[in-house]
Design a protein around this ligand. Structure first.
Ligand code: C2E
Ligand code: CA
Ligand code: CA
Length: 558
């Protein structure tokens, strides 16, 4: 207070201004002023340019430094603001700092009028928001670009495609759906880090081959889309695709090695096959599927006939090969309920094949074929890994659940060192084996019994639980079970179906439950659909129930 005594009004004002200046500096702002004092005889439009560009030093500097792409907009905004009744304005522009380096500026201003009510100037503050913009760009990039390859993702491709057709919807555009052949093996044989490295190199290769003018993106793991613009005619387009496939086959992606790869392509045409992104993508994918079923390093153009194609058994094996490569399988989980507590105790994992054009295919349709062709082992491994991966999420969704039960076939047990595979999964996903149960069927025990028992013992030793699936449909007796390391038996649905009406089935179920309990085994009743069936099993002291009565198999929804 003392300091103010004896100060003139001007000095106090200066002092105040000084303080406000410091404050602005502190918060990173700058004051600007735009004078609108002007000769009366100049036309409106001229005066705005005139005053904005030349009237004050400040504006002059300000102007010179503004990015040319922003200058026109800025002038227009100011012009409108001056003419309007608005009293506030805000704008964002880029301002030059050094050569080719710009900062982002956020500016706000208000009008100042003289005593006659005439607009005299605009004053405002501006601040540097470069950091915020960079962050926003980074977020945009994250949601629009694939972080591994830096290519666009599907959303960005879709957006860019809409701009392309807005400009000229007569353009000749082709959607090339590109999929690397046998990429799963690259990962399996050479490891995931090489897989990633390879995908980056492959992306560069795509850019090099298809040039800057076309849109290139990655759809998922090893699937890419090139939106090829301005092709001359089908002939030259196909020549170009052929050249790409040939160049790829020759390309060496690994130094000092003759490791080579190929890709398959399906393509669809804008205007001819469809006009919107999703349709063109789907058709290109259909064509890709057929291309893959013909073999590797091929390409196919979409036609309506492909869409009507019906699968034959031989083709199913081909389709399964593609499905394994592209991982078209998902896991559904069906609750297994503790009868006494009436609470979910665990889930059985059941595979579903989501074919891109035929929709969901149930295990009954493809497992027999996959088993006969030897493909089931690979599918099973995909499902087992999927269960390990999802276990924590399942527990999060239902903290009371105690296990996931996974089906294991006879070949799945014996082929491909299952023990090593499980050991690696325990480490990879940090999973307690107590939380996983394996279901094997009676019939799977009949072949190669010694080897099977040896493996079952090891699985049990590792801490996993075991249950005997479809009990009652095979030939084994409970006595035989005594020597095997099972924790549970699953009573087949065929007994449960008639438990209310068929006295013999009722008696069978009753004695199986009693005997199992005497052998220290728990019992799961499968395929329970009605309350009556549930009540009967409750009376017979069945431990667990699985069936549509409590819940159907469903995918996890996070
Ligand atoms: P499963 O192991 O006996 O599995 C139970 C089957 O019964 C499932 O059929 C399930 O959806 C069905 N189910 C459950 N409750 C009811 C009910 O109340 N009523 C009726 N009508 N059905 C019910 P899904 O999923 O079609 O599986 C069929 C078979 O395919 C399975 O029989 C299993 O043997 C095999 N399977 C499924 N997923 C896998 C897998 O990941 N690996 C292996 N190796 N086999 C699998
Ligand atoms: Ca089962
Ligand atoms: Ca079963």
């Amino acid at each position: 207070m003392d300091k103010l005594y004896g100060m003139t009004e001007i000095e106090i004002l200066k002092e105040n201004l000084n303080n406000y200046g410091k404050l602005l500096e502190e918060i990173g702002g700058e004051v600007w002023e735009l004078n609108i004092s002007h000769p009366e005889n100049i036309k409106d439009e001229d005066f705005i340019k005139y005053s904005f560009n030349y009237q004050t030093d400040m504006v002059l500097k300000f102007d010179e430094k503004i990015h040319e792409e922003d200058l026109c907009n800025l002038n227009k905004n100011l012009e409108n603001f001056i003419k309007s009744d608005d009293d506030k304005i805000e704008f964002i522009y880029r301002q030059k700092e050094e050569k080719d380096k710009y900062k982002w500026v956020y500016s706000r201003g208000i009008k100042v009028f003289n005593e006659k009510g005439k607009l005299e100037k605009i004053i405002g503050i501006r601040s540097d928001i470069t950091e915020k913009i960079i962050m926003k760009e980074a977020i945009f990039n994250l949601s629009h670009f694939d972080t591994l390859t830096n290519l666009s993702n599907k959303e960005k491709l879709k957006e860019d495609f809409s701009h392309v057709i807005k400009k000229n919807n007569k353009e000749d555009i082709a959607f090339l759906y590109i999929d690397i052949d046998d990429f799963r093996h690259v990962n399996n044989v050479l490891g995931y880090s090489f897989g990633d490295e390879f995908l980056k190199k492959f992306s560069d290769f795509l850019k090099q081959e298809f040039g800057k003018d076309n849109l290139i993106g990655r759809l998922n793991a090893d699937e890419f889309l090139v939106i090829y613009k301005n092709y001359k005619d089908i002939n030259s387009l196909e020549k170009m695709i052929e050249k790409f496939l040939k160049d790829l086959r020759k390309k060496n992606f690994l130094e000092n090695s003759d490791f080579k790869l190929s890709a398959s392509i399906g393509y669809s045409l804008f205007n001819i096959n469809g006009k919107d992104f999703d349709t063109l993508l789907r058709y290109a994918d259909t064509a890709l599927h057929y291309s893959k079923s013909k073999g590797k390093s091929q390409f196919v153009r979409y036609s309506e006939k492909l869409g009507e194609y019906v699968f034959s058994q031989a083709d199913m094996i081909n389709q399964l090969r593609i499905a394994i490569e592209r991982n078209e399988f998902i896991v559904y989980f069906q609750p297994i309920v503790c009868v006494k507590a009436e609470k979910i105790s665990g889930y059985e994992a059941l595979v579903r094949w989501i074919h891109p054009h035929r929709g969901m295919i149930s295990p009954g349709q493809f497992i027999p074929i996959a088993e006969a062709s030897g493909q089931m082992v690979e599918i099973e491994q995909i499902i087992i890994e999927e269960c390990f991966k999802n276990l924590k999420l399942l527990i999060k969704l239902n903290p009371e659940m105690k296990y996931v039960s996974i089906n294991l076939s006879a070949r799945g047990m014996i082929e491909r060192n299952i023990i090593k595979f499980l050991e690696s999964l325990i480490l990879k996903y940090d999973v307690d084996p107590k939380l996983i149960e394996f279901e094997v069927t009676e019939s799977s025990l009949l072949n190669n019994i010694d080897r099977t028992v040896e493996i079952l013992d090891k699985i049990k030793e590792m801490g996993f639980k075991l249950s005997l699936d479809d009990f009652g449909t095979g030939y084994s007796s409970l006595n035989y079970l005594k020597n095997l390391p099972f924790d549970k038996v699953k009573l087949d649905k065929s007994f449960i179906d008639n438990i209310e009406t068929d006295e013999r089935d009722h008696l069978m179920v009753k004695s199986i439950i009693e005997l199992s309990h005497r052998l220290g085994l728990l019992v799961v009743g499968e395929g329970v659909e009605t309350k009556n069936q549930r009540d009967l099993l409750y009376i017979l002291e069945c431990d667990f129930i699985q069936g549509f009565y409590y819940g159907r198999p469903e995918p996890i929804v996070n």
